[in-house]
Design a protein around this ligand. Structure first.
Ligand code: UDP
Ligand code: MG
Length: 150
């Protein structure tokens, strides 16, 4: 069975604040499956491609500078409805509007320092996975899934 996949990224502020493990833990605990993980200093070109849909927004230059300010940790998670559920786990774009219990609702305040990224649709997720992991990602069966899915 081909499982839905999403691209989750800890932004530079999340990496500096030591929240990588916390974010991974939440996706692991929920039962999603890790297919890829890497730390990297993204280039301006990569970030401009990643956020191409937002290039006309007034906050775009500030957003790219923020994302260039340090290393990020990108990952690919798989599972049932992982794109939508990943967004719920992240919380609202503006952390002040994020419910407690969400990642942004528990660890962030300002929209320009919201610590994490999550794909917003299955199609954009696949585009982002290809962009951030041109080398490809894992595809494996996990025995644990028998305990998670009915
Ligand atoms: N952003 C910002 N100001 C805004 C809206 C967005 O700085 O008014 C930043 C914020 O870091 C956000 C990113 O731009 O996470 C991408 O915006 P998008 O609307 O795609 O939000 P997301 O999908 O990350 O929730
Ligand atoms: Mg977005």
């Amino acid at each position: 069975m081909a499982q839905e996949r999403t691209y989750i990224m800890v932004k530079p502020d999340g990496v500096e604040r030591g929240l990588v493990g916390e974010i991974i833990k939440r996706f692991e605990n929920r039962g999603f499956k890790l297919l890829a993980l890497k730390a990297l200093q993204p280039s301006r070109d990569l970030l401009e491609k990643h956020y191409a849909d937002l290039s006309s927004k007034p906050f775009f230059p500030k957003l790219v500078d923020y994302m260039l300010s340090g290393p990020v940790v990108g990952m690919v998670w798989a599972g049932k409805e992982v794109v939508k559920t990943g967004r719920v786990m992240l919380g609202a774009t503006n952390p002040l509007a994020s419910a407690p219990g969400t990642i942004r609702g528990d660890y962030a305040i300002d929209v320009g320092k919201n610590i994490c990224h999550g794909s917003d649709a299955v199609e954009s997720a696949e585009k982002e996975i290809a962009l951030w992991f041109p080398e490809g990602v894992l595809n494996y069966e996990r025995s644990l899934d028998k305990l998670i899915y009915e």
